[in-house]
Design a protein around this ligand. Structure first.
Ligand code: 5GP
Length: 119
């Protein structure tokens, strides 16, 4: 749409199955798949199917409240499905924070002890 002025990302190719991924959860609004370069035994990316201007969380406005809530609830369901009672949910916003794909995504990480604070 007109609000998606940022270039398409590789997550569009994952959504279209042009790039294969190991999907662990999917519904009408989101897709969750295993990260290709996992930082922990469980490392799942959860993305909205429609970016809708959300290049990252920093672009969120009140109109994104429903999808953002949906992604959080999906994360809880996926953690449960993966048998994770201890996990971390992270989103990187901006290159300096480690973001490399500009389609909002949550990293669900677990399966090993997670130190805090992170680096
Ligand atoms: P970011 O760095 O933007 O927070 O997260 C992007 C994530 O996408 C990284 O953790 C990276 O390993 C993952 N990634 C990059 N390319 C691919 C791919 O082709 N397939 C999958 N499954 N993950 C990818």
């Amino acid at each position: 749409g007109a609000r998606d002025v940022a270039p398409a990302t590789l997550f569009d190719k994952i959504l279209s199955k042009e790039i294969p991924s190991e999907v662990v959860f999917e519904d009408a609004l989101c897709l969750a798949f295993r990260d290709i370069n996992p930082v922990a035994p469980a490392h799942i990316l959860i993305i909205p199917k429609h970016r809708d201007g959300l290049t990252g969380l920093g672009a969120a406005t009140a109109e994104h409240s429903a999808i953002l809530g949906h992604l959080m609830v999906a994360a809880a369901a996926i953690a449960k499905q993966e048998g994770l009672s201890e996990f971390r949910l992270v989103t990187n916003n901006g290159e300096g924070a480690g973001q490399s794909v500009f389609h909002l995504h949550l990293h669900l990480i677990g399966g090993r002890p997670l130190e805090w604070p992170p680096g």
